[in-house]
Design a binder for this molecule. Structure first.
Ligand SMILES: O=C(O)CCC(=O)C(=O)O
Ligand SMILES: [Fe+2]
Length: 356
């Protein structure tokens, strides 16, 4: 099979946008989005998220031992949690959602000004890997921006419209930088490794993804986002309604939206750095039949040239390294071009897995 090609030319973008498709289809969803056999249902267990998986950031960052134990347990068993008392005002989170929604409600020609030929920068619908014919597509459109350091991204991808978009997102970036630094420190503390083992200043990058999941008449057969693992140390998600689901031991669970709280999941780079002690969470996004969903996701990741390998303190005679050394850009190539249905980029990094 020829190597799959990601990225289609801009001319094609208008016809691929899910927001556009959603406006024109009634019940007839295009074949490439349809999971004919549906997918396993997710359980709704709200008390799980208000007890063992709700982390109080102010307690965590002040070194509260019980909270550190809870944080460690959430990350080693689930690879995710909800975080409250993170210092970002609930009213400001609503402003972030509102300005992002305003962007997606602009005319298509306006949004298309922010298309770039880099699949991780600017406005687009999800990348399609041509050559992977059986691959189903995600029911969403999105805007990728580099929040930190802003200069590492494509500044032309930043919307001029709505006029206050950059101002609000810059403010949100500052808040996320603080939260990320705090979570990195807490992760180091919880594993008894050097405080700067996970560190934003050391080649750290925060990439953000603003995603609109248009309402969909076939929620039982269409996914906003197929099951996947993130290419991040961890990911911070702000969403305006439910839809996100995580998998544990083969069972899917709904993630509730608790006003003011943010969702955090560990990603593949975090799993590698912790030598598998903290898990990268498999997650997916369901669609709604009655309403669009909006999320703003921050991927706390590393510069493309950064080499990653398990932290030396977490490799012992009893716990040999589970992953090989790799550069972030090699992983990204794996995400785009080697992952067919049921394959994950991290599999190529695992030491007990044949290199693809
Ligand atoms: O929209 C969400 O809740 C999560 C999005 C997501 O998983 C991603 O962008 O990687
Ligand atoms: Fe994700």
């Amino acid at each position: 099979m020829a190597a799959p090609v990601c990225c289609l030319p801009n001319d094609d973008l208008a016809s691929r946008l899910v927001q556009k498709i959603a406006q024109t289809v009634e019940d007839e969803i295009p074949e490439q989005f349809l999971h004919k056999d549906g997918f396993p249902e997710a359980k709704d267990v709200p008390e799980l998220w208000t007890r063992s998986l709700l982390i109080d950031f102010s307690l965590l960052s002040s070194g509260d031992q019980d909270e550190i134990v809870k944080f460690r347990s959430a990350l080693s068993n689930w690879g995710c949690f909800l975080v409250k008392n993170h210092g970002i005002e609930g009213s400001f989170l609503e402003e972030v959602i509102e300005v992002s929604r305003k962007f997606f409600s602009l005319p298509f020609e306006e949004k298309m000004k922010y298309y770039t030929d880099d699949i991780f920068q600017g406005y687009d619908t999800d990348a399609v890997c041509q050559g992977l014919d059986q691959q189903k597509m995600n029911w969403n459109d999105r805007l990728f921006l580099t929040m930190y350091p802003k200069s590492k991204g494509n500044l032309k991808a930043w919307p001029q419209n709505p006029s206050n978009f950059s101002e609000i997102v810059d403010e949100y970036s500052k808040e996320l930088i603080n939260l990320t630094k705090g979570l990195y420190k807490a992760a180091a503390k919880s594993l008894n490794v050097r405080e700067d083992s996970f560190c934003l200043e050391k080649e750290g990058v925060i990439l953000s993804r603003f995603t609109l999941y248009p309402k969909c008449p076939r929620p039982k057969n269409v996914l906003g986002s197929k099951p996947h693992l993130d290419g991040s140390v961890f990911t911070i998600v702000l969403a305006d309604q439910e839809g996100l689901e995580v998998q544990k031991d083969g069972q899917w669970f709904k993630v509730p939206v608790i006003p003011g709280a943010l969702f955090v999941n560990f990603g593949d780079f975090g799993e590698v750095l912790t030598n598998g002690i903290y898990k990268s969470t498999m997650h997916r996004v369901a669609t709604h039949s009655a309403k669009d969903r909006l999320s703003v996701t921050a991927f706390c990741t590393m510069d493309a040239t950064q080499e990653l390998t398990p932290l030396t303190e977490l490799v012992t005679a009893n716990r040999p390294p589970l992953y090989k050394k790799f550069k972030v850009y090699e992983y990204k190539e794996g995400v785009c071009c080697k992952c067919g249905p049921g394959e994950n980029a991290i599999d190529a990094i695992k030491l007990d897995f044949p290199i693809l």
